[in-house]
Design a protein around this ligand. Structure first.
Ligand SMILES: [Zn+2]
Length: 209
């Protein structure tokens, strides 16, 4: 989608969203922010990162993506900020956010690590859950029993409520991680519980064929 010209009203609204997201206590590593520009360019072409950076400055979150360090700590709302501003700027639907979520782990070391060894499905998902603390200072992940026979399992994300766009992002993110672990053709990830719908945690149901 070509970038839109945002109205004054939209800029004002985004400013409020950014302010709110920056108030959330906690930190996240720069890994996703580091990988994001490449995924954005895949979707929106050359020049899209510069366009986004210009708007981010206007809404009170100036950032130079080329200076982001994957292992540094940033405010935990950072990923929600660039997702939400991109969504407005490029007129994205849910599927575009999911697409970004799918793209990002393809660049990360973790997925390569997980997919390198042939280990039981349940063990691989548990490993992902254990890695959470290395990337976030808040929240945690719980894995229900992944049943290889029934081809079904659940990932629960707890104690972290960022933005509904982040939930969409996680759908895509868990989809790619699952594709590394499961080696299945058809994988479906669906958010079946959500803290933004008053559930006690976010729950992602993974099914495959
Ligand atoms: Zn959610």
């Amino acid at each position: 989608m070509p970038a839109r010209q945002l109205t004054k009203e939209e800029i004002k609204e985004l400013r409020e969203v950014v302010k709110k997201l920056l108030k959330i206590k906690g930190e996240v590593r720069g890994a996703c922010s580091r990988a994001f520009p490449r995924c954005l360019e895949n979707l929106e072409g050359k020049g899209s990162v510069e366009k986004l950076e210009a708007v981010l400055e206007k809404v009170g979150f100036p950032i130079d993506f080329s200076k982001v360090n994957a292992s540094d700590w940033y405010p935990v709302g950072i990923d929600s900020i660039w997702l939400t501003v991109s969504r407005k700027l490029f007129n994205w639907r849910d599927k575009h956010i999911i697409e970004i979520g799918k793209c990002i782990p393809k660049c990360s070391l973790l997925t390569k690590l997980v997919s390198k060894y042939i280990i039981p499905v349940q063990v691989s998902y548990k490993k992902i859950a254990e890695q959470w603390d290395r990337y976030f200072t808040i929240g945690r992940v719980e894995i229900t029993n992944f049943k290889e026979k029934e081809k079904y399992g659940k990932i629960r994300v707890k104690d972290i409520k960022l933005h509904p766009n982040m939930c969409l992002f996680w759908i895509g993110y868990f989809h790619t991680l699952s594709s590394f672990i499961l080696r299945a053709k058809e994988i479906q990830v669906k958010e079946t519980k959500c803290m933004f719908k008053n559930d006690p945690y976010h729950e992602f149901r993974v099914t495959w064929k």
